[in-house]
Design a protein around this ligand. Structure first.
Ligand SMILES: Nc1ncnc2c1ncn2[C@@H]1O[C@H](COP(=O)(O)OP(=O)(O)OP(=O)(O)O)[C@@H](O)[C@H]1O
Length: 212
């Protein structure tokens, strides 16, 4: 098992989002979190990354309890892509190169051949590497964020509406790509292309508040 949410409770004011929510995710599993807007999907991703905490309950990552001591180590094992990929306003290649200089990524080496292949797979021209991020369209920026997350070669992907800015064809390409890789994937998406692959275990959030 790679991730376990145990007895998670979350509420804001009088609104209960999770009541004794439980979910186990196996190594290599492909998970699609679905549910109405406001059902708590993003919160589940945020708990795992330590961005926010539930009111009560525990989260385990590779059998280790997530807390303020373990979160930094755990975060380095997670590749996170959000809807609004937040990249510095620099040349794309510079951002990629600098990402590999962070202390947390020091054990990883930029695979340039893989980068070229990924650009091609996600329909980007090589010239994009020389462009400033501020000049990219939303869909281009989103794909650069996805490519960067893949290059980091981490254990698990948390993809929060990672295909929202892409056209139909690209949504399908990205959803297919993640369905076939040898990693654990948690995707939060309203895009039907993820489910269309038939490779993701669909978890409906909010249907049954009293645990799953
Ligand atoms: N810090 C906060 N303060 C108050 N309410 C919050 C906070 N964080 C989340 N919420 C509320 O918790 C609920 C769940 O939010 P969350 O973003 O996890 O839902 P979601 O299922 O990802 O929604 P969407 O599909 O719209 O992105 C929402 O009603 C949201 O307004």
């Amino acid at each position: 098992m790679i991730v376990e949410y145990r007895n998670i409770n979350l509420s804001f004011k009088e609104i209960e989002i999770f009541k004794n929510f439980n979910l186990k995710i196996e190594n290599g599993e492909k998970i699609l979190l679905k549910g109405k807007s406001g059902s708590g999907k993003t919160s589940l991703g945020n708990f795992l990354l330590g961005f926010t905490q539930p009111n009560s309950g525990e989260i385990y990552f590779q059998n280790e309890l997530l807390n303020e001591k373990t979160i930094w180590k755990i975060r380095q094992k997670i590749a996170y892509v959000s809807q609004d990929v937040d990249l510095d306003e620099k040349k794309v290649m510079k951002i990629i190169a600098e990402t590999f200089e962070f202390s947390g990524n020091k054990d990883k080496k930029l695979n340039k051949k893989m980068l070229k292949n990924l650009l091609k797979k996600f329909r980007l021209e090589d010239i994009i590497l020389e462009k400033n991020v501020s000049k990219l369209s939303g869909g281009e920026r989103q794909r650069v964020g996805i490519i960067l997350s893949i290059l980091l070669d981490r254990d698990i992907f948390v993809l929060d509406e990672a295909t929202a800015s892409l056209d139909k064809e690209l949504k399908a390409i990205v959803a297919n790509y993640f369905s076939e890789i040898n990693k654990t994937v948690i995707s939060i998406s309203h895009d039907k292309e993820w489910e269309d692959t038939n490779k993701y275990k669909v978890i409906n959030i909010g249907d049954d508040k009293d645990g799953q």
